[in-house]
Design a protein around this ligand. Structure first.
Ligand code: FES
Length: 102
């Protein structure tokens, strides 16, 4: 998965970017309709958004929904794989810390 975005005006398939806005831990983050939550976070310059039990940073690892390294809370739903969930305008995303697990 690449955080790189092709600007809509230069896209040969004439894709039209529709901007979306979500919040991550209360901070506004902009994205483009069709991106995954992980894509929005990566494009915003965030490469890690939680820590493992040893305190090591985690973000996208597999990018295909297999490793669960990228989990976030979306609204009231915990353990959402950010690499698999398409971002929606108005999503309220919270990063998860190990201390709050279980
Ligand atoms: S990066 Fe592996 S499940 Fe999301």
């Amino acid at each position: 998965m690449s955080p790189r975005l092709v600007p809509g005006g230069t896209d040969r398939v004439r894709r039209r970017d529709r901007p979306i806005r979500l919040t991550v831990d209360g901070e506004p983050v902009s994205g483009v309709d069709g991106q995954t939550i992980a894509g929005v976070l990566l494009a915003a310059g965030r490469t890690a958004w939680r820590t493992d039990p040893a305190g090591e940073p985690r973000g996208v690892f597999c990018g295909i929904g297999a490793c669960f390294d990228c989990v976030v809370t979306v609204g009231a739903e915990r353990d959402v794989r950010a690499c698999r969930r398409r971002a929606r305008d108005g999503d309220e995303v919270r990063t998860q810390a190990r201390a709050e697990d279980r």
